[in-house]
Design a protein around this ligand. Structure first.
Ligand SMILES: *Cc1c(COP(=O)(O)O)cnc(C)c1O
Length: 453
Protein backbone atom coordinates (compact mmCIF):
# COMPACT_ATOMS: atom_id res chain seq x y z
CA UNK A 1 0.00 0.00 0.00
CA UNK A 2 1.43 3.36 -1.02
CA UNK A 3 1.44 6.35 1.30
CA UNK A 4 -1.32 7.81 -0.81
CA UNK A 5 -3.43 4.65 -0.54
CA UNK A 6 -3.25 4.87 3.21
CA UNK A 7 -4.50 8.45 3.22
CA UNK A 8 -7.25 7.57 0.74
CA UNK A 9 -8.39 4.91 3.13
CA UNK A 10 -8.50 7.36 6.00
CA UNK A 11 -10.38 9.87 3.85
CA UNK A 12 -13.02 7.32 2.87
CA UNK A 13 -13.64 6.53 6.49
CA UNK A 14 -14.38 9.99 7.79
CA UNK A 15 -15.13 12.43 4.99
CA UNK A 16 -18.10 13.68 3.07
CA UNK A 17 -16.96 15.59 -0.05
CA UNK A 18 -18.84 18.38 -1.86
CA UNK A 19 -20.82 17.48 -4.99
CA UNK A 20 -19.70 13.89 -4.61
CA UNK A 21 -21.50 10.58 -4.92
CA UNK A 22 -19.68 8.56 -2.27
CA UNK A 23 -20.60 5.19 -3.75
CA UNK A 24 -18.33 6.15 -6.61
CA UNK A 25 -15.77 7.83 -4.38
CA UNK A 26 -15.19 4.44 -2.73
CA UNK A 27 -13.72 3.19 -6.00
CA UNK A 28 -12.13 6.42 -7.18
CA UNK A 29 -8.35 6.65 -7.19
CA UNK A 30 -8.40 10.28 -6.15
CA UNK A 31 -5.10 12.07 -5.68
CA UNK A 32 -4.25 13.32 -2.21
CA UNK A 33 -2.49 16.58 -2.92
CA UNK A 34 0.69 17.26 -1.04
CA UNK A 35 1.96 20.49 -2.57
CA UNK A 36 1.64 22.82 -5.51
CA UNK A 37 3.97 24.90 -7.62
CA UNK A 38 2.93 27.24 -10.43
CA UNK A 39 0.30 25.51 -12.55
CA UNK A 40 1.15 22.10 -11.08
CA UNK A 41 -0.17 20.07 -8.16
CA UNK A 42 1.72 17.10 -6.71
CA UNK A 43 0.18 14.16 -4.89
CA UNK A 44 1.52 12.09 -2.00
CA UNK A 45 3.07 9.56 -4.36
CA UNK A 46 4.92 12.32 -6.19
CA UNK A 47 2.69 12.37 -9.29
CA UNK A 48 2.51 15.72 -11.01
CA UNK A 49 -0.69 17.19 -12.44
CA UNK A 50 -1.31 20.31 -14.45
CA UNK A 51 -4.16 22.09 -12.64
CA UNK A 52 -6.52 22.60 -15.58
CA UNK A 53 -9.28 24.13 -13.44
CA UNK A 54 -7.29 26.43 -11.13
CA UNK A 55 -8.54 24.36 -8.18
CA UNK A 56 -12.13 25.15 -9.02
CA UNK A 57 -11.48 28.49 -10.71
CA UNK A 58 -9.64 30.23 -7.91
CA UNK A 59 -5.85 29.87 -8.28
CA UNK A 60 -5.46 32.73 -10.73
CA UNK A 61 -1.75 33.25 -10.07
CA UNK A 62 -0.81 29.61 -9.75
CA UNK A 63 0.13 27.71 -6.62
CA UNK A 64 2.72 28.66 -4.08
CA UNK A 65 3.38 32.12 -5.49
CA UNK A 66 6.15 33.76 -3.43
CA UNK A 67 4.53 37.21 -3.49
CA UNK A 68 1.21 35.88 -2.23
CA UNK A 69 2.92 33.71 0.36
CA UNK A 70 4.78 36.74 1.65
CA UNK A 71 1.65 38.91 1.76
CA UNK A 72 0.03 36.45 4.13
CA UNK A 73 3.15 35.97 6.21
CA UNK A 74 3.58 39.76 6.57
CA UNK A 75 0.02 40.23 7.73
CA UNK A 76 0.26 37.18 9.96
CA UNK A 77 3.10 38.79 11.86
CA UNK A 78 0.77 41.73 12.60
CA UNK A 79 -2.68 40.27 13.25
CA UNK A 80 -4.57 37.29 11.80
CA UNK A 81 -8.06 38.53 12.46
CA UNK A 82 -9.82 41.52 13.87
CA UNK A 83 -13.52 42.12 13.34
CA UNK A 84 -14.98 44.63 10.89
CA UNK A 85 -17.88 45.25 13.28
CA UNK A 86 -16.91 48.41 15.10
CA UNK A 87 -13.27 48.29 13.93
CA UNK A 88 -11.38 48.64 10.68
CA UNK A 89 -7.96 47.72 9.29
CA UNK A 90 -5.56 48.76 6.55
CA UNK A 91 -5.74 45.67 4.29
CA UNK A 92 -9.54 45.94 4.20
CA UNK A 93 -9.41 49.63 3.33
CA UNK A 94 -6.67 49.26 0.72
CA UNK A 95 -8.32 46.31 -0.98
CA UNK A 96 -11.59 48.24 -1.31
CA UNK A 97 -9.72 51.19 -2.83
CA UNK A 98 -8.02 48.93 -5.37
CA UNK A 99 -11.24 47.09 -6.26
CA UNK A 100 -13.03 50.37 -6.90
CA UNK A 101 -10.17 51.47 -9.19
CA UNK A 102 -10.79 48.56 -11.53
CA UNK A 103 -14.58 48.47 -11.10
CA UNK A 104 -17.01 49.86 -13.65
CA UNK A 105 -18.01 53.48 -13.22
CA UNK A 106 -20.56 54.26 -10.56
CA UNK A 107 -19.53 51.60 -8.05
CA UNK A 108 -18.27 53.33 -4.92
CA UNK A 109 -18.74 50.96 -1.97
CA UNK A 110 -17.33 47.56 -1.07
CA UNK A 111 -18.95 45.03 1.27
CA UNK A 112 -16.94 41.89 2.03
CA UNK A 113 -18.07 38.29 2.24
CA UNK A 114 -16.31 34.97 2.64
CA UNK A 115 -17.47 33.14 -0.45
CA UNK A 116 -19.45 33.65 -3.62
CA UNK A 117 -22.72 32.26 -2.31
CA UNK A 118 -22.84 34.54 0.71
CA UNK A 119 -21.82 37.49 -1.47
CA UNK A 120 -24.80 36.72 -3.71
CA UNK A 121 -27.04 36.61 -0.63
CA UNK A 122 -25.67 40.01 0.34
CA UNK A 123 -26.40 41.46 -3.10
CA UNK A 124 -29.94 40.04 -2.88
CA UNK A 125 -30.57 41.49 0.56
CA UNK A 126 -29.11 44.85 -0.49
CA UNK A 127 -31.29 45.01 -3.58
CA UNK A 128 -34.37 44.01 -1.63
CA UNK A 129 -33.79 46.41 1.22
CA UNK A 130 -32.82 49.24 -1.11
CA UNK A 131 -36.44 49.30 -2.33
CA UNK A 132 -37.85 48.75 1.17
CA UNK A 133 -35.84 51.67 2.49
CA UNK A 134 -37.05 53.85 -0.35
CA UNK A 135 -40.63 52.98 0.44
CA UNK A 136 -41.23 50.97 -2.74
CA UNK A 137 -42.32 47.98 -0.73
CA UNK A 138 -43.78 46.01 -3.60
CA UNK A 139 -40.43 45.52 -5.27
CA UNK A 140 -39.52 42.09 -3.98
CA UNK A 141 -38.97 39.91 -7.03
CA UNK A 142 -35.91 38.95 -8.96
CA UNK A 143 -35.46 37.92 -12.55
CA UNK A 144 -32.78 35.31 -13.08
CA UNK A 145 -31.88 32.94 -15.89
CA UNK A 146 -32.15 29.32 -16.80
CA UNK A 147 -28.78 27.59 -16.45
CA UNK A 148 -27.55 30.35 -14.16
CA UNK A 149 -25.54 29.47 -11.07
CA UNK A 150 -25.01 31.67 -8.03
CA UNK A 151 -23.94 29.31 -5.24
CA UNK A 152 -25.41 26.68 -2.94
CA UNK A 153 -27.06 28.55 -0.10
CA UNK A 154 -30.85 28.78 -0.16
CA UNK A 155 -31.10 32.30 -1.56
CA UNK A 156 -28.40 31.76 -4.17
CA UNK A 157 -29.97 28.43 -5.11
CA UNK A 158 -33.36 30.09 -5.53
CA UNK A 159 -31.76 32.21 -8.25
CA UNK A 160 -29.90 29.29 -9.76
CA UNK A 161 -31.25 27.61 -12.85
CA UNK A 162 -29.20 24.43 -13.08
CA UNK A 163 -31.93 21.86 -12.57
CA UNK A 164 -29.69 19.02 -11.55
CA UNK A 165 -28.39 20.98 -8.56
CA UNK A 166 -31.72 22.49 -7.48
CA UNK A 167 -34.44 19.95 -8.12
CA UNK A 168 -34.44 18.22 -4.77
CA UNK A 169 -34.41 21.46 -2.77
CA UNK A 170 -37.17 23.13 -4.76
CA UNK A 171 -39.68 23.22 -1.85
CA UNK A 172 -37.19 25.23 0.20
CA UNK A 173 -36.52 27.88 -2.42
CA UNK A 174 -38.23 31.24 -2.85
CA UNK A 175 -40.10 32.17 -5.97
CA UNK A 176 -38.25 33.89 -8.79
CA UNK A 177 -39.01 34.92 -12.35
CA UNK A 178 -36.91 32.87 -14.70
CA UNK A 179 -35.97 34.01 -18.18
CA UNK A 180 -34.30 31.89 -20.84
CA UNK A 181 -30.80 32.75 -21.99
CA UNK A 182 -29.99 31.98 -25.60
CA UNK A 183 -27.93 28.92 -26.31
CA UNK A 184 -27.46 29.80 -29.93
CA UNK A 185 -25.39 26.80 -30.82
CA UNK A 186 -28.16 24.50 -29.69
CA UNK A 187 -30.62 26.14 -32.03
CA UNK A 188 -31.97 23.46 -34.37
CA UNK A 189 -31.30 25.73 -37.33
CA UNK A 190 -27.68 24.85 -37.03
CA UNK A 191 -24.73 25.79 -34.99
CA UNK A 192 -23.05 29.14 -34.86
CA UNK A 193 -24.86 32.31 -34.11
CA UNK A 194 -28.59 31.94 -34.33
CA UNK A 195 -30.09 35.40 -34.23
CA UNK A 196 -33.60 34.06 -33.94
CA UNK A 197 -32.99 32.36 -30.62
CA UNK A 198 -31.33 35.48 -29.32
CA UNK A 199 -34.30 37.70 -30.14
CA UNK A 200 -36.83 35.17 -28.91
CA UNK A 201 -35.10 34.93 -25.54
CA UNK A 202 -34.84 38.68 -25.32
CA UNK A 203 -38.53 39.07 -26.18
CA UNK A 204 -39.46 36.67 -23.37
CA UNK A 205 -37.28 38.57 -20.95
CA UNK A 206 -38.89 41.85 -22.01
CA UNK A 207 -42.38 40.48 -21.51
CA UNK A 208 -41.46 39.19 -18.08
CA UNK A 209 -40.02 42.56 -17.08
CA UNK A 210 -43.03 44.45 -18.40
CA UNK A 211 -45.56 42.18 -16.70
CA UNK A 212 -43.83 42.48 -13.33
CA UNK A 213 -42.40 45.94 -13.75
CA UNK A 214 -43.85 47.27 -10.48
CA UNK A 215 -42.74 44.36 -8.29
CA UNK A 216 -39.22 43.81 -9.54
CA UNK A 217 -36.22 44.45 -7.30
CA UNK A 218 -33.49 43.34 -9.68
CA UNK A 219 -32.16 41.16 -12.44
CA UNK A 220 -29.17 38.96 -11.67
CA UNK A 221 -26.98 37.61 -14.42
CA UNK A 222 -23.57 36.04 -14.86
CA UNK A 223 -22.04 38.48 -17.35
CA UNK A 224 -20.80 37.10 -20.70
CA UNK A 225 -20.59 33.44 -19.67
CA UNK A 226 -22.78 31.17 -17.57
CA UNK A 227 -19.99 29.22 -15.99
CA UNK A 228 -21.33 26.35 -13.86
CA UNK A 229 -24.28 26.02 -16.24
CA UNK A 230 -21.80 24.60 -18.75
CA UNK A 231 -19.63 27.51 -19.99
CA UNK A 232 -22.38 29.02 -22.09
CA UNK A 233 -21.14 32.15 -23.84
CA UNK A 234 -23.79 34.80 -24.39
CA UNK A 235 -24.33 36.25 -27.85
CA UNK A 236 -22.93 39.68 -28.62
CA UNK A 237 -25.05 42.53 -27.35
CA UNK A 238 -27.13 40.40 -25.02
CA UNK A 239 -25.75 41.74 -21.77
CA UNK A 240 -26.23 45.30 -23.00
CA UNK A 241 -29.84 44.52 -23.86
CA UNK A 242 -30.40 43.20 -20.33
CA UNK A 243 -28.87 46.35 -18.87
CA UNK A 244 -31.06 48.58 -21.05
CA UNK A 245 -34.13 46.71 -19.89
CA UNK A 246 -33.10 47.32 -16.27
CA UNK A 247 -32.71 51.03 -16.91
CA UNK A 248 -36.01 51.24 -18.73
CA UNK A 249 -37.92 49.64 -15.86
CA UNK A 250 -35.71 51.07 -13.10
CA UNK A 251 -34.70 47.61 -11.91
CA UNK A 252 -31.35 46.99 -10.24
CA UNK A 253 -28.79 45.31 -12.48
CA UNK A 254 -26.80 42.73 -10.51
CA UNK A 255 -23.73 41.18 -12.10
CA UNK A 256 -22.41 37.95 -10.58
CA UNK A 257 -18.78 37.81 -11.71
CA UNK A 258 -17.67 35.28 -9.14
CA UNK A 259 -16.49 32.95 -11.91
CA UNK A 260 -15.56 35.32 -14.74
CA UNK A 261 -14.28 38.44 -12.99
CA UNK A 262 -10.68 39.47 -12.29
CA UNK A 263 -8.97 38.63 -15.54
CA UNK A 264 -10.47 35.31 -16.60
CA UNK A 265 -12.02 36.81 -19.74
CA UNK A 266 -9.09 39.10 -20.55
CA UNK A 267 -10.49 42.11 -18.69
CA UNK A 268 -10.32 43.00 -15.01
CA UNK A 269 -14.10 43.04 -14.90
CA UNK A 270 -16.20 40.97 -17.31
CA UNK A 271 -18.87 43.70 -17.53
CA UNK A 272 -16.31 45.74 -19.50
CA UNK A 273 -16.65 43.27 -22.36
CA UNK A 274 -20.40 43.87 -22.49
CA UNK A 275 -20.08 47.66 -22.02
CA UNK A 276 -22.40 47.61 -19.01
CA UNK A 277 -22.35 49.22 -15.59
CA UNK A 278 -24.00 47.12 -12.90
CA UNK A 279 -25.63 48.54 -9.78
CA UNK A 280 -24.26 45.65 -7.75
CA UNK A 281 -21.20 43.64 -8.71
CA UNK A 282 -20.29 40.35 -7.05
CA UNK A 283 -16.68 39.13 -7.04
CA UNK A 284 -15.25 36.00 -5.48
CA UNK A 285 -13.27 32.90 -6.46
CA UNK A 286 -10.09 34.43 -7.99
CA UNK A 287 -10.24 37.30 -5.48
CA UNK A 288 -8.73 35.08 -2.79
CA UNK A 289 -6.36 33.66 -5.44
CA UNK A 290 -6.86 30.15 -4.09
CA UNK A 291 -5.29 31.18 -0.80
CA UNK A 292 -8.04 32.31 1.52
CA UNK A 293 -11.79 32.58 1.09
CA UNK A 294 -12.94 36.09 0.33
CA UNK A 295 -15.60 37.67 -1.85
CA UNK A 296 -17.01 41.15 -2.27
CA UNK A 297 -20.11 43.03 -3.31
CA UNK A 298 -19.55 46.42 -4.91
CA UNK A 299 -22.46 48.86 -4.79
CA UNK A 300 -23.31 52.27 -6.19
CA UNK A 301 -23.53 55.36 -3.99
CA UNK A 302 -27.22 55.50 -4.87
CA UNK A 303 -27.80 52.11 -3.23
CA UNK A 304 -25.47 52.82 -0.32
CA UNK A 305 -27.12 56.12 0.51
CA UNK A 306 -30.56 54.48 0.73
CA UNK A 307 -29.24 52.75 3.86
CA UNK A 308 -28.29 55.95 5.68
CA UNK A 309 -30.41 56.62 8.76
CA UNK A 310 -30.49 58.34 12.12
CA UNK A 311 -29.67 55.51 14.49
CA UNK A 312 -28.54 51.89 14.58
CA UNK A 313 -31.98 50.48 13.88
CA UNK A 314 -32.84 52.87 11.08
CA UNK A 315 -32.37 51.69 7.45
CA UNK A 316 -29.26 49.73 8.49
CA UNK A 317 -28.02 46.78 6.46
CA UNK A 318 -28.26 43.94 8.94
CA UNK A 319 -25.69 41.57 7.58
CA UNK A 320 -22.27 40.34 8.54
CA UNK A 321 -20.24 37.20 8.91
CA UNK A 322 -17.83 36.41 11.68
CA UNK A 323 -14.88 36.48 9.29
CA UNK A 324 -16.06 39.41 7.16
CA UNK A 325 -12.96 41.23 5.84
CA UNK A 326 -10.49 38.83 7.41
CA UNK A 327 -7.19 40.76 7.25
CA UNK A 328 -5.17 37.79 6.00
CA UNK A 329 -7.63 37.24 3.17
CA UNK A 330 -7.72 40.97 2.36
CA UNK A 331 -3.91 41.05 2.26
CA UNK A 332 -3.59 38.19 -0.16
CA UNK A 333 -6.39 39.55 -2.35
CA UNK A 334 -4.65 42.90 -2.45
CA UNK A 335 -1.35 41.26 -3.40
CA UNK A 336 -3.21 39.34 -6.12
CA UNK A 337 -4.57 42.55 -7.63
CA UNK A 338 -1.05 43.99 -7.63
CA UNK A 339 0.26 40.88 -9.40
CA UNK A 340 -2.42 41.26 -12.08
CA UNK A 341 -0.81 44.54 -13.08
CA UNK A 342 2.82 43.79 -12.34
CA UNK A 343 2.98 40.41 -14.03
CA UNK A 344 0.69 41.54 -16.87
CA UNK A 345 -1.93 38.82 -16.45
CA UNK A 346 -4.37 40.25 -18.96
CA UNK A 347 -1.75 40.15 -21.72
CA UNK A 348 -1.09 36.51 -21.03
CA UNK A 349 -4.80 35.69 -20.92
CA UNK A 350 -5.35 37.29 -24.31
CA UNK A 351 -2.36 35.51 -25.87
CA UNK A 352 -3.46 32.15 -24.43
CA UNK A 353 -7.02 32.80 -25.62
CA UNK A 354 -5.72 33.01 -29.19
CA UNK A 355 -3.84 29.79 -28.63
CA UNK A 356 -7.03 28.00 -27.55
CA UNK A 357 -8.75 29.31 -30.66
CA UNK A 358 -6.18 27.55 -32.84
CA UNK A 359 -7.02 24.21 -31.25
CA UNK A 360 -10.76 24.39 -31.89
CA UNK A 361 -10.74 22.82 -35.37
CA UNK A 362 -8.73 19.91 -34.01
CA UNK A 363 -11.30 19.33 -31.25
CA UNK A 364 -14.16 19.64 -33.68
CA UNK A 365 -12.72 16.71 -35.66
CA UNK A 366 -13.60 14.44 -32.74
CA UNK A 367 -17.00 12.98 -33.61
CA UNK A 368 -18.65 13.66 -30.25
CA UNK A 369 -17.47 17.20 -29.74
CA UNK A 370 -20.76 19.04 -30.08
CA UNK A 371 -19.65 22.51 -29.21
CA UNK A 372 -16.44 24.24 -28.17
CA UNK A 373 -17.24 27.46 -26.36
CA UNK A 374 -14.54 29.80 -25.16
CA UNK A 375 -13.91 33.32 -24.06
CA UNK A 376 -10.61 34.52 -22.66
CA UNK A 377 -8.88 31.77 -20.72
CA UNK A 378 -12.03 29.74 -20.23
CA UNK A 379 -13.37 26.95 -22.37
CA UNK A 380 -16.15 24.39 -22.28
CA UNK A 381 -16.14 21.41 -24.59
CA UNK A 382 -19.60 19.94 -24.77
CA UNK A 383 -19.77 16.28 -25.74
CA UNK A 384 -22.77 14.64 -27.34
CA UNK A 385 -23.25 11.01 -28.28
CA UNK A 386 -24.55 11.84 -31.72
CA UNK A 387 -24.17 15.47 -32.57
CA UNK A 388 -26.14 15.24 -35.80
CA UNK A 389 -29.16 13.71 -34.04
CA UNK A 390 -28.79 15.75 -30.83
CA UNK A 391 -28.50 12.55 -28.83
CA UNK A 392 -27.03 13.24 -25.40
CA UNK A 393 -24.80 10.93 -23.40
CA UNK A 394 -26.69 9.26 -20.56
CA UNK A 395 -25.77 10.17 -16.96
CA UNK A 396 -24.62 6.59 -16.26
CA UNK A 397 -22.09 6.81 -19.07
CA UNK A 398 -20.36 9.49 -16.99
CA UNK A 399 -18.54 10.71 -20.03
CA UNK A 400 -17.27 13.87 -18.34
CA UNK A 401 -15.88 12.02 -15.36
CA UNK A 402 -14.26 9.42 -17.57
CA UNK A 403 -12.49 12.14 -19.53
CA UNK A 404 -11.30 13.68 -16.26
CA UNK A 405 -10.04 10.31 -15.06
CA UNK A 406 -8.23 9.70 -18.30
CA UNK A 407 -6.70 13.18 -18.12
CA UNK A 408 -5.48 12.47 -14.61
CA UNK A 409 -3.56 9.44 -15.86
CA UNK A 410 -1.96 11.73 -18.40
CA UNK A 411 -1.08 14.34 -15.78
CA UNK A 412 -3.84 16.94 -15.74
CA UNK A 413 -6.67 17.75 -13.35
CA UNK A 414 -10.00 18.44 -15.03
CA UNK A 415 -13.44 18.70 -13.46
CA UNK A 416 -16.33 18.36 -15.88
CA UNK A 417 -19.76 19.96 -15.67
CA UNK A 418 -22.07 17.19 -16.77
CA UNK A 419 -21.05 16.38 -20.33
CA UNK A 420 -18.98 19.50 -20.74
CA UNK A 421 -15.22 19.43 -20.19
CA UNK A 422 -14.09 22.63 -18.54
CA UNK A 423 -10.74 24.31 -19.05
CA UNK A 424 -9.94 27.07 -16.55
CA UNK A 425 -6.19 26.96 -15.97
CA UNK A 426 -4.36 29.55 -13.86
CA UNK A 427 -3.99 32.90 -15.64
CA UNK A 428 -0.22 32.43 -15.38
CA UNK A 429 -0.14 29.39 -17.66
CA UNK A 430 2.61 29.48 -20.30
CA UNK A 431 2.27 28.67 -23.98
CA UNK A 432 3.96 25.31 -23.51
CA UNK A 433 1.86 24.37 -20.49
CA UNK A 434 -1.36 25.30 -22.24
CA UNK A 435 -0.41 23.21 -25.25
CA UNK A 436 0.17 20.30 -22.91
CA UNK A 437 -3.21 20.82 -21.23
CA UNK A 438 -5.01 21.00 -24.57
CA UNK A 439 -3.20 17.94 -25.87
CA UNK A 440 -4.03 15.92 -22.76
CA UNK A 441 -7.65 17.04 -22.98
CA UNK A 442 -7.88 16.09 -26.65
CA UNK A 443 -6.29 12.68 -26.10
CA UNK A 444 -8.49 11.97 -23.09
CA UNK A 445 -11.68 12.79 -24.97
CA UNK A 446 -10.53 10.63 -27.85
CA UNK A 447 -9.71 7.72 -25.58
CA UNK A 448 -13.06 7.82 -23.79
CA UNK A 449 -15.00 8.10 -27.03
CA UNK A 450 -13.18 5.05 -28.38
CA UNK A 451 -13.99 3.08 -25.24
CA UNK A 452 -17.64 4.05 -25.43
CA UNK A 453 -17.58 2.99 -29.07
C1 LIG B 1 -18.81 29.58 -7.83
C2 LIG B 1 -19.84 30.60 -8.05
C3 LIG B 1 -20.60 31.11 -7.00
C4 LIG B 1 -20.48 30.56 -5.59
O1 LIG B 1 -19.25 30.84 -5.03
P1 LIG B 1 -18.77 30.00 -3.74
O2 LIG B 1 -17.53 30.68 -3.32
O3 LIG B 1 -18.54 28.60 -4.22
O4 LIG B 1 -19.86 30.07 -2.75
C5 LIG B 1 -21.49 32.12 -7.26
N1 LIG B 1 -21.65 32.60 -8.51
C6 LIG B 1 -20.94 32.13 -9.55
C7 LIG B 1 -21.15 32.72 -10.89
C8 LIG B 1 -20.03 31.10 -9.36
O5 LIG B 1 -19.35 30.61 -10.39
Amino acid sequence: MSLQDEWRKRDRKVLWHPFTQHRLWEREEFPVIEHGQGVYLYDLDGNKYLDGISSLWVSAHGHNHPVLNRAIADQLSRVAHSTFLGLSHQPGIELAEELLKIAPQGLTRVFYAENGASAVEIALKMAFQYWQNRGEKKRKKFICFSNGYHGDTIGAMSLGGVELFNQVYQPLLFEVLRAPLPRCYKCPKGRGDCEEDKWQCLAKLKTLAEEHSQELAGIIIEPMVQAAGGMIVQPKGYLKAVEMLCRQHKILFIADEVAVGLGRLGKNIACELGFVQPDLLVLGKALGAGYLPIAAVLATEEIFSAFLGRHHQDQTFFHGHTYTANPLACSVALAGLELMKKEKRLENVNARARQIEQWIPKFNQLPSVFHFSRLGLLAGIELMKDREKYEEFMPDEMVGFQVARSARKRGAILRPLGNAIVLMPPLTISEKELDLLLRITWESIQEVLEELG
